[in-house]
Design a protein. Structure first.
Length: 312
């Protein structure tokens, strides 16, 4: 399949390109910076330069490339993850204007299928359970600190724009937190553990769904081939884990000491978004729909299996 990846230079872009290339797809990578062209070429991706905020040029670019499908990875985050809601807010423009522009350009270029990356935080940052959330569930109580409500609304509106796009088979993949040796969060936590720095706000009681990096890429290929337009699919491991469990597994894998906690109040002052995600949120999520409809299943059912295989 002839594919265009928007946001191909993102953290997820390279591992996704590797999986899609191995699956036999012809890949084009959309970037707004000509300086990124060589990096894309090294990954076997033909670079295409255009800005998603320039609808006219973007449309002309897609008309020239003629992709059969488009994969949207339109997200921007700090290298080691967001600490405050303001670190996530630049995505509101990407989701609110960039994705609609890409949808418009795709429709004009005769694209058939449009797959967009989303995240389980579309459910909110609350305490759910014990039953895993399905794709039918909505956020219940909204934000728990200022600025998070806007993030949830922006993410959900982007999802609705994709699955409701006329003339396209729009599909949303709602990802858990990615894990794997090259994932920025994993590298940052590993460095902190090596230096015996505290990494667990309030003890790390948050319950979060994860997904191994390659498993998350394989889900894109499955959605391109077998997904149904107008649908959302949760792409997560079989079981969510508490952050203290994740940190302990990582510490054991890299030979570091036992993870240390930091008082939640201190983290809230410097990194309120991180404090909320890593302490407050409890978010069990079901992957049954993706398994049944996409024919996809994670190679590693839990983070423990991935760590045991050396790829956690």
């Amino acid at each position: 399949m002839r594919l265009l990846i928007a946001g191909a230079t993102s953290t997820f872009g390279k591992p996704l390109a590797e999986v899609l290339a191995q699956a036999g797809h012809e890949l084009f990578g959309l970037t707004r910076s000509p300086a990124n062209a060589s990096a894309l070429e090294r990954c076997g991706v033909a670079p295409v330069v255009a800005d998603v905020f320039d609808r006219e040029r973007l449309t002309a670019t897609l008309l020239k490339v003629g992709p059969e499908a488009v994969v949207s990875l339109l997200i921007t985050l700090p290298k080691n993850g967001p600490l405050r809601p303001s670190h996530v807010h630049p995505n509101l423009r990407l989701w609110g204007k960039g994705v609609p522009n890409l949808i418009h350009a795709s429709r004009e270029a005769g694209v058939r299928r449009f797959v967009a990356e989303s995240f389980v935080f579309a459910y909110g940052y609350d305490q759910y359970g014990p039953e895993p959330l399905s794709e039918r569930d909505e956020p219940v109580r909204g934000a728990v600190i200022d600025g998070q409500g806007e993030i949830i609304v922006g993410l959900r509106e982007m999802e609705r724009a994709v699955i409701g796009a006329e003339g396209l088979e729009g599909i949303v993949l709602r990802y858990g937190g990615r894990h794997g040796v090259d994932v920025p969060m994993r590298r940052a936590m590993a460095r902190a553990l090596h230096f015996r720095l505290p990494v667990l706000p309030g003890g790390g009681h948050a319950l979060l769904p994860f997904i191994e990096q390659e498993d998350s890429a394989r889900a894109v290929d499955a959605a391109l081939l077998r997904g149904s337009g107008g649908e959302i699919y949760n792409i997560v491991d079989d079981a969510a884990v508490e952050m203290r469990e994740y940190a302990l597994a990582l510490s054991f894998a890299i030979g570091a000491g036992r993870p240390r906690s930091i008082p939640l109040g201190l983290v809230k002052l410097a990194a309120p978004y991180l404090a909320c995600v890593l302490d407050h949120t409890r978010l069990p999520v079901s992957n049954q729909k993706a398994k049944q409809e996409l024919g996809w299943t994670p190679r590693f059912r839990t983070i423990h299996e991935a760590f045991a295989a050396g790829v956690g």
